[in-house]
Design a protein around this ligand. Structure first.
Ligand SMILES: [Fe+2]
Ligand SMILES: [Fe+2]
Length: 184
């Protein structure tokens, strides 16, 4: 797995997201909020990176790209809505565990659709250099969503993405656009 290929990076994030779902599920009550914030952060950064970098390209370059990408965006929006509500409700909400299981199922199925229907064709339609250039944006955003932030490290906390999913996505979008040399 190459860390400078945008598809490899996104596939790695899919695995990390599944791992974070495990962590939230298994976290002791006093650690649940922090574990959930890590999940919110990585999910927000991951989906934003796909929406900024991969989906627009796939829409233009792959067969039935419009259809494939519209389906992925609908799934992402549904997950975003769930995530937003869960963040608002907090981890102590009586339905948190049920909602987490529902979100997990939706997110995993969405990732499988990308891995089956979008990424392989996207890889075929792009050159190594293009995918390396696109990896820059994903890495810049990922740096703001460490899955295990070091407590007390000033620089990390200063740049850490916190807050509701929509705010994190806005921040991530700016970071990605800057990294890719586009105007925000
Ligand atoms: Fe996605
Ligand atoms: Fe994804």
């Amino acid at each position: 797995m190459k860390d400078n290929d945008v598809v490899d990076l996104l596939l790695r994030q899919h695995e990390e997201i599944k791992g974070l779902f495990d962590e939230v599920e298994n976290a002791a009550p006093q650690d649940k909020a922090e574990a959930f914030q890590s999940l919110v952060r990585l999910l927000a950064v991951h989906e934003t990176a796909e929406e900024e970098i991969v989906h627009p390209y796939a829409r233009r370059k792959i067969d039935h790209g419009g259809e494939v990408v519209d389906e992925r965006l609908a799934e992402e929006n549904a997950a975003k809505d769930m995530l937003t509500q869960m963040e608002k409700d907090g981890v102590d909400h009586p339905k948190f565990a049920t909602n987490l299981a529902t979100l997990r199922k939706a997110v995993v199925e969405h990732a499988e659709h990308e891995e089956r229907e979008e990424f392989p064709r996207f890889r075929q339609a792009t050159g190594d250099k293009e995918r390396q250039a696109m990896a820059v944006g994903v890495k810049a955003a990922e740096a703001m969503a460490p899955t295990h932030p070091h407590p007390g490290v000033e620089t990390a906390t200063k740049n850490l993405l916190v807050g509701p999913p929509v705010a994190i996505m806005d921040r991530a979008r700016d970071v990605i656009r800057k990294a890719m040399g586009k105007k925000g």
